[in-house]
Every structure is written in C-alpha cells, then in structure tokens.
Design a protein around this ligand. Structure first.
Ligand code: FES
Ligand SMILES: [Fe+2]
Length: 349
C-alpha cells in the first residue's frame, strides 16, 4: 500500500483483539458474527468455555451457526456432522463401518471472555503478545454501566473520526454531558492517538441526586473539565473529569459496515458512605442500576449513526468530493489507521 490508499476502503490490522459479542449473547445456541468479511461462529461448550470457528461446514459449505451444541461438539444443522473445538470433524452419525471420518479441518480463532465481552484475535498467532483492552470499571463496584449497540452501514474510519471529533457535540445539543470543547493537544504513536480537549461539563456526580442531571438538563451546572479521547487501536475510550468514562469497542464488519459497543459508566466514587456498605449490597445496587442511561445513550447513538451513514453514502455516490477539515485530531486518526493497516501488510519472517 502507499500513502494514497483510500482511508474509506482500508483494511484492519488483524493482530489485535476485536470485540465480536457481549458475553450474554453467547448462550447455549451458536451465534454467527462477522469480523472484516470473515464469518465466524461462536459457541459455549457444556463447561461454559467459548470457542470460535469459521462459520462454514466443510461438508457442503453451509453456516455452522444454524446448528446446535451437543456436549463439547458443534453440530451442523444439515446432515448433523459434529465438530471439535479444534475444527476437526469428531463424529458423523451415519458413518458406515468401512468409512473413516472425513479428514477436514476448519479454521479456529483465539477467543477470550473478559469484562463482559467476547474478544477475538483474527491475526497471526505468533503475534499474540498484545492483550485485550482492559475495562476495569466493568467489575468495579463504584461504576454503573450502560451498553448501547452501534450497528452502522459505514466504514469504521467514519465511526472513529466521529468519536475523536468533540466538535460534533453540536449534533447532540443538551443530550450530552459537555459543551464548548476546545482541542488543546494531540499525542500520536504507532498504537494510539490521544487528543486532549478542554470542555465545559454539565454534570458533577457528588451528591446522590446529581445522577438526575443525566435525565433533567435543567439541573446541570456548567464547570470546566478536561475531556480526553483516545483511539487505542482498534478501540476508543474517553474520560470527562472524574465522573464520566465511556468506551467504544469495535468489530469492523466490512468496508461498509461496522458494529460496535458503546459502554457508558456513571461513577459512584464520590459516595464514600456507600462504599462502607456490604459488598453484596453494593453489587446489588450496581446490577440493579445497570442500563440506567439506556435511553440517553441509544438516543446519542441514533444521531451519530445517521450522520456516519450519510457520510458513507455521500462517499459512495461521489468519491471524488473532498472534505474540508479543521480538527487536526482527524488527520492523526487517519495516519494511525494507515500505519496499522500497513503494519499488517508487511511480510512477516
Ligand atoms: S452441510 Fe454440514 S453436515 Fe452436511
Ligand atoms: Fe456523538
């Protein structure tokens, strides 16, 4: 590839951990997902361990995700061939006495279950030294999570650019936690871009009623807070002051489709009295409040997805139209996407 490669058609660096599902989505039936044009089936064996195989039965090429799990084997829905988690055929019920099991093996993928999500590594196993991004707030008793699914018909670069450009707060008006962002500083390296903005925050979670600021804009009081957004390839994370943390975990599906999970955490750090209560009760509070910002987060996602899909459509209709960009963080994002795609294109020895 060269410097003129088109950012809107560029591939991914497969040597990273991508998020392909929430843990709760992988139950007893197999689940079909797609990561960068690769159909993959996820399933749980009878001990609860998650496995990932190519979603293709080697017998007649249909999707294994239509099948079912029996014990530790994944069974195809068509003729019932059963597969081991190693990708090998383990059993065919109608095998005649003089026949051997077919010597077929389907591709397997490394998967890990961490912080409520299924992480998949589609790359070269020799490059396994990278680890999935950590989300310490997922288990931490002081954080209340809300998860919103982003499903957009657009290249992943449009989503990351949206997330790194805090000037697009204009779109959300008083739906979001901050206003008047000003970009102060950017730091780039081969794995990440950190953009530091200064903004006016609408909420401070320091009293128990402060959480209602999320739902009633009239209760909000503006005050300055640092707003940091980072593209930690291939995912995104942001903090606003002490009280607000948000992640976006990506699963690029194809050149024109992206799936992602947006996770918003509300902090209970300021409520030291609450921290003295029994862990069981705190866990109950955390679990009962899970999803409390759902309407808000889904609303923000809808607004963003509409813009991102329009950008993609405009590009497909008139790829020669150029953008006029003022936010230099977007140039950094595009450089990182290209660097990462090129790393993966270099021949490994
Ligand atoms: S196609 Fe899968 S068992 Fe025949
Ligand atoms: Fe947005």
């Amino acid at each position: 590839m060269n410097n003129h490669q088109n950012i809107r058609q560029i591939g991914i660096n497969p040597n990273h951990w991508y998020v392909v599902a929430r843990s709760t989505e992988v139950q007893s039936s197999p689940l079909g997902v797609t990561l960068w044009n690769h159909p993959i089936v996820l399933y749980r064996d009878d001990e609860g361990a998650v496995h990932a195989l190519e979603d293709r039965c080697p017998h007649r090429q249909v999707k294994l995700s239509h099948g079912r799990v029996t014990g530790n084997l994944l069974e195809c829905s068509y003729h019932g061939w059963q597969f081991e988690s190693s990708g090998e055929c383990g059993n065919v019920a109608y095998l005649a006495e003089n026949q051997k099991l077919p010597n077929c093996k389907i591709r397997t993928y490394s998967v890990q279950e961490q912080d409520g999500f299924i992480w998949l590594f589609p790359g070269d196993a020799a490059q396994h030294q990278v680890t999935p991004m950590e989300i310490p707030e997922w288990e931490h008793l002081n954080y209340i999570a809300t998860v919103s699914l982003i499903n957009c018909n657009a290249h992943y670069s449009y989503l990351i650019e949206n997330l790194m450009d805090m000037y697009h707060g204009h779109l959300h008006q008083n739906w979001q936690a901050w206003t008047d962002a000003v970009l102060e500083d950017i730091h780039e390296d081969t794995n990440r871009v950190d953009a530091h903005y200064q903004a006016q925050s609408y909420y401070k979670i320091d009293k128990i009623w402060s959480i209602s600021q999320l739902f009633f804009p009239a209760l909000r009081r503006l005050h300055p807070e640092p707003l940091d957004v980072s593209y930690v390839y291939p995912h995104w994370v942001s903090t606003l002051g002490q009280d607000f943390k948000i992640y976006c975990l990506l699963c690029p599906v194809s050149e024109t489709a992206t799936r992602a999970y947006l996770i918003h955490f509300t902090s209970l750090n300021a409520f030291w009295r609450l921290h003295k209560l029994p862990v069981k009760f705190r866990k109950f509070v955390k679990d009962s409040l899970f999803g409390s910002a759902q309407k808000l987060l889904d609303g923000l996602v809808r607004q963003d997805v509409q813009m991102i899909e329009e950008e993609q459509q405009a590009y497909l209709n008139n790829p020669e139209n150029r953008n006029y960009e003022l936010n230099r963080a977007l140039g950094s994002v595009q450089r990182l996407i290209k660097t990462q795609a090129n790393i993966s294109n270099q021949p490994s020895d």
